[in-house]
Structures are given as C-alpha cells and as structure tokens.
Unconditional design. Structure first.
Lengths: 297, 394
C-alpha cells in the first residue's frame, strides 16, 4: 500500500495530513467497518424517542440492518433486521409503531423482541428447523443518560466500561443529559467519508473561520484546553456562545448549570463515533454512521 | 449495498453447501456470499452465461434490414442485426482494429456499422468492408476475411437466443433436452407479438430474479392485492426436470387489475379454465408465464454481482393488434406488470442487503420452494460438479 500512515502518528510538530487513501480506499473502509463499527458501542437514539411498546426504528449501519424496538414489558431491544428465512428486512428502514414484525416477503412473524412466533406452513418447518428457539439475531443494547447505544459484537465489554472516562464522568456531572429530552432530531446525509465528521467536531482551528458569524463570535480559541483521554478521546471546557442566533439564549440556564458563566461550554468526544457538547442552556449530540465509503449520515 | 465481501468458495466442496444439497425437506437456502462474492460471480459468467443459450429479444423487434440492438451481456458487447437477406445475425460489437464498440449500446436502424474511433466499416452481417488506408492494411492483414466475431444465434417461437460458446449444442437440442417444447405446444408464443417491453436494472444478484419468479411461498404475501387474489398455493403442482427446469399449471388471476381480462382467450387456450396459468423456467434466466389471454416472459442477465437487467415482455396473439382499442387495453397490462415488478423489486433489493449481513444464516426451504431448491441444486451441479457439496444426509 502506498499511503504513509506513520506520519500521522509523529509528534504534533511534525504531523502530516493523513494520506487521502484513508478516506478513499474501499479496503480501508471495509477494515474500518470490521475493526471499529462492528466492535464499538454506537449511539443510535434517545430513550424518549421510544415512549410506547411497539415504537421502533429500523436502520442500516454500515450496511447492517438493525431494529431498535420497545417491547411490551417496556424494555428496549435491538436485533438484526434480517428475516431468518431468506434475509429480507422484516421492517422497512424508518420509524413507527408495530404490534409485531411480519416479513413482507413470505410472512414470517416476529414479536417485538425479535422472537419468531409464526410462519405460513410453520408445522412443516418445525420438523427440520428449531422454530421455537428461532429469533432475529440479538444486537447488544444499553443506555447511558438517555442515549441508546448498540453494539454488534456479542463479546463487547459493557457500555459502562466503554464510557468509563473522565470526560464522560464530567459530562454526566456538568450537563446531566439524562435529565433532558430531545426537542429536535436533525438527520441528513453528507457526501464525505465518515471520519471527516468527528474530525470536524474536534477541530478548534476552524471555529472562527467558518462559524465566526454564528456561534463562534465569542469563541475563545487561544488557550483552548484539550484534555486528552484514552481511546483517541478528548474533552474540554471552553468559552462559546449558545447555539442560537447572536448567541442569545432564549432559555435560562439549566438548573444544574446555574453556577456556570453564561459563555460556559463543554465538549466530549466518544471517539470515533460521536460527540456530545453542551453549555449552560442546552446539550447536544452529534452521531455519525457510515453509509458508504464517501457518504455518511 | 453490503460492504463486506466474504471470500469465495472456490471449489464448492466445503460443507457449507451441504444444507442446500439436502433433500428439499430439511434443506437450507444458499449461503449469503454466493450472492455477494465477485469471485463466484466471475465463475458464473464463465460456466453459465458464456455456455448457455440466452434469450435476448423477439423477432418482431427486427422487422427491417438494418434493424439492430447493441447490448452488453455480462460485459460482452454484442450486436443483434437483421441483414439484407432477412437473416438475423449476432456478432461481437468489438472493432477488429482497436476493440471499440462499432455501435453504441441501444437500438436503431443502420446501413452499415462504422467504428466511431478510426472508421473501420462493417456490413450488416459483420463483415469488414472498408477502412481508411485499407490498401496499407491489406499488405499485412487478412482484410478480406476479417469480420466481427460471430456469436451463435437461433430462434424459438419468435424468441431470439444467442450463445457465446462456439461449441454449444443447437438451441433445439438445448431446449429439447430440458423438455421445453411442452411450452411451445400449450402457449404457442410464435403466434404472438409483444405489445410491451419493460426493461429495468435492479440492485441485486441475478440469481434472486429467477428464484423470486419460481417462489410460490411468497405469492400471497406480496401479490395478494394484485394478481394473487386467486392463486394456487397448497396444491401447486411442481413438475421438475433436467436443467434445473420446472413447469407448472396452476390457478391465478390474469395480469391485469382485479384479475379481470380485457381480451378474449387466445384461440389455443379455449379449453383452459378462467384462472388457468402456466409457467416454465428456461435456464439460466428465462421465466415464462402464460394466462389464457396473454403471455409474459421475464428474462434477465447480470450487469455486475449486485446489479441485474430485467426485461418483461407482454405478448398477445397477432390478430389482437388489429382489434379496436388494442393499445389502450394492452397499456392496462403494461401498467399492471410495472406494479407487480415493483412489489418484487423491493424484496430482491432487500435480499441482496440481508444476505450480506454478518450474522445471516440461510433459512429452511418450504415445500412451496421446491422449484427454487431444484434449481439451486442444478446451479451447484453446473458450478462445482454433481457431487460437490453433497452432505451426509443425501
């Protein structure tokens, strides 16, 4: 391979921009899917987006079809959206409320936690196929502060262990995302490699140039205090406007942030997948999922 | 599309194919990578598409001398053309000078084929007839006997078939060996003409298309609101035969809204019931369907491992074309087949993604999938030999 990975890992004084092939190579992309996306905890939603039994979202993450669904006991489940008969998605990509999942192709029927409960000619199938123990393959699911995380790796460490970092602890304490609810979910597809997105979130160098007229009017660049954590993560307390026109908050400070300066801001990266940010009046989270080599969501 | 390409099964002898080789009751569908591996796809092109007779058109699409279609089948550029004697010819669409396609992909009428790159000129049967500086070329190149490489062409009941293999058996033998003549007798496609040709590209492996078209298990679930309001499921009489073939007479609505025919029964279908339906599979990628009033074959060929070009013809007896309001009525059928095809297309796209999922395991075959199972086993015979992948249970 011709790209020069090592230059990226020299000291910051000699660092070079990563070779473009890391953003353009199909082989690298496939490796990333296997080594990162199929291993890490991925933030895919908020608990308040699933208030009722049967509320579900069907999505594809790096091509893997997955359903997140609340069952009748009130438990959130994640399972592979791949029918155990032929492999068709039992729910089309999107959100809704279901009483069960009926595969559109041949009518195999699954309950809200992914268990096979019926199929045309099930008596015949049962004689050569373990119908009773058949279910849509489980995907690990856990929540943290109201955020739903899934993990495709059955052997993954717990979400708690994954998140056990000073930056995350500080986020819990300062921003208390579990006490908030989503007022807006904005999803869009972008024609770039997925790595560009977290890179951009943690790029302080660009803040004034691009966002100088919006939120970064009062952004303090010099002296930005990066606290580098394990796993390629970092967190920082910094100064910035709130995320509203002219930096003017339309809400008072959150009760747990009343003692902070009005221009207090905080960010923590859950490298490499997502970033949480917040200030006295709001907190937000950016998540990215790869769609294709040069597309993400 | 799926991002992972699992390593191809090179010899087919590994145990992973044994579940598909099992008798129908207790068998499993094919492993997912058989639909996503480029290695396997390349092998299929060589072993199947470069060997078998492939249906590529209808004779009535080439009424005049010079009528031609240029297409790529599994990447092979080919021209079908009617010459001045009225013969249909097929030849490689690859200039003998540098290899450029002498006619762009598409259909039209030509007096001759002039290669756009350097102007080498070929007549309607592919013979080289001119080139700039031909005198110079003739000095060191057999100009007079040069022609675009011939591709075998023959017709059956008005369908044009080509074969890239110079050593292939005749089309007649190819079809007779599989007992396809039964279709000619019952359906008489040679007495019909196409009223509609619907071609579209679908993001799935080519094998999913014939599989879907011989899948009786799915008919009610997907097509219950369109043609399968009345449809034989339980007693579907699969008659399987050589070449992965099956054919069946069954009950179904005709391929028009609410199953209501807008035409009389075809003269040779007078003795059939109102809900008569017939299907036969002609390897590798032709699924022929008949109703009392019309015929509707599907053909497909691969463009890539996960992209397939599908053509559906709707055919009526030649006399029908003179009837009042023929085109208005036939358009109802044309619109309807687009609706049905869309119902299936969503499933086939989803299959392609689903079989690429990491934890995908092939599920069980049900008796209504008898034709699929038979066909998959024939496919494995062709790819890896008759004994390959046979498990202990068979």
């Amino acid at each position: 391979m011709t790209f020069m990975v090592p230059t990226t890992y020299r000291g910051t004084s000699t660092i070079r921009i990563k070779s473009t092939s890391l953003y353009y190579s199909d082989k690298i992309y496939e490796l990333e899917i296997e080594k990162i996306w199929m291993k890490e905890w991925l933030c895919v939603g908020r608990v308040e987006q699933f208030p009722k039994a049967g509320d579900y979202t069907a999505m594809r993450i790096a091509g893997e079809p997955v359903i997140v669904c609340k069952d009748k006991k009130g438990k959130l489940n994640a399972f592979s959206n791949v029918c155990r008969h032929r492999g068709v998605e039992v729910a089309p990509v999107g959100s809704g409320n279901a009483t069960e999942f009926s595969c559109p192709y041949h009518g195999w029927l699954y309950d809200l936690d992914g268990k096979l409960v019926g199929a045309p000619f099930n008596k015949e199938i049962e004689t050569t196929f373990d119908f009773k123990n058949c279910r849509l393959n489980e995907v690990n699911i856990e929540t943290w502060e109201g955020y739903i995380f899934i993990n495709f790796d059955a052997d993954a460490a717990s979400l708690k262990k994954f998140l056990d970092d000073p930056g995350v602890r500080k986020c819990e304490k300062l921003l208390k995302p579990g006490k908030t609810m989503v007022s807006d979910a904005y999803t869009f597809e972008l024609e770039c490699n997925w790595k560009m997105v977290p890179e951009n979130f943690m790029d302080i160098y660009h803040a004034k140039a691009i966002h100088g007229d919006s939120f970064a009017k009062h952004f303090v660049m010099e002296g930005f205090d990066f606290e580098i954590d394990r796993g390629g993560r970092y967190h920082a307390e910094y100064q910035s406007n709130t995320m509203a026109p002219d930096g003017l908050s339309l809400f008072g400070p959150m009760p747990w942030a009343e003692d902070k300066d009005p221009d207090f801001a905080y960010t923590v990266s859950f490298h490499p997948i997502s970033t949480s940010s917040g200030a006295t009046t709001w907190c937000s989270r950016w998540c990215v999922t790869p769609w294709a080599l040069r597309e993400c969501k | 599309m799926s991002v992972k390409v699992k390593s191809g099964n090179k010899n087919g002898n590994s145990g992973e194919l044994a579940p598909t080789r099992h008798d129908l009751h207790g068998a499993r569908h094919l492993p997912g990578h058989m639909y996503t591996s480029r290695d396997i796809f390349d092998e299929e092109i060589e072993k199947i598409f470069m060997k078998d007779w492939l249906c590529v058109g209808r004779v009535e699409q080439f009424p005049k001398a010079g009528d031609y279609t240029a297409m790529r089948i599994a990447g092979e550029p080919v021209i079908i053309c009617k010459d001045k004697k009225g013969n249909l010819n097929a030849f490689s669409n690859v200039c003998r000078h540098r290899g450029v396609e002498v006619a762009p992909v598409g259909s039209g009428n030509a007096k001759e084929f002039s290669c756009p790159y350097h102007g080498w000129l070929y007549d309607l049967d592919g013979t080289l007839v001119g080139a700039p500086f031909n005198k110079e070329i003739e000095g060191s190149f057999d100009f007079k006997n040069c022609r675009l490489n011939e591709v075998k062409l023959d017709t059956w009941e008005g369908y044009i078939f080509i074969n890239f293999d110079a050593d292939a058996v005749s089309l007649k033998k190819f079809l007779d060996d599989d007992g396809i003549d039964i279709c000619a007798k019952a359906c008489q496609p040679g007495k019909t003409m196409i009223s509609d040709e619907y071609t579209f590209d679908l993001e799935c492996n080519w094998k999913f298309v014939p599989e879907n078209l011989m899948d009786i298990y799915h008919a009610k679930a997907i097509h219950g609101d369109s043609f399968a309001q009345r449809f034989t499921m339980e007693d579907f009489g699969f008659e399987i035969g050589p070449g992965g073939k099956y054919h069946a007479s069954y009950e179904s609505n005709t391929m028009a809204p609410d199953g209501l025919p807008l035409f009389e029964r075809m003269p040779w279908m007078q003795d059939k019931g109102e809900y008569y339906a017939y299907t036969v599979y002609i390897r590798p990628t032709m699924n022929f369907f008949a109703r009392p009033d019309m015929l509707q074959p599907w053909v497909c060929y691969p463009l890539d491992v996960n992209l397939t070009r599908i053509t559906i013809w709707t055919q009526f007896p030649k006399d029908n074309f003179e009837q009042p309001a023929f085109w208005e009525r036939s358009k109802v059928y044309a619109d309807f087949i687009r609706l049905v095809a869309a119902e299936d297309a969503d499933m086939m796209r989803s299959l392609q993604n689903g079989v690429g999922a990491r934890k995908f395991e092939p599920g069980p075959t049900v008796h209504l999938e008898k034709a699929i199972h038979h066909n998959l086993n024939y496919y494995l015979d062709r790819m890896y030999g008759e004994e390959a992948g046979v498990g202990k249970s068979r």
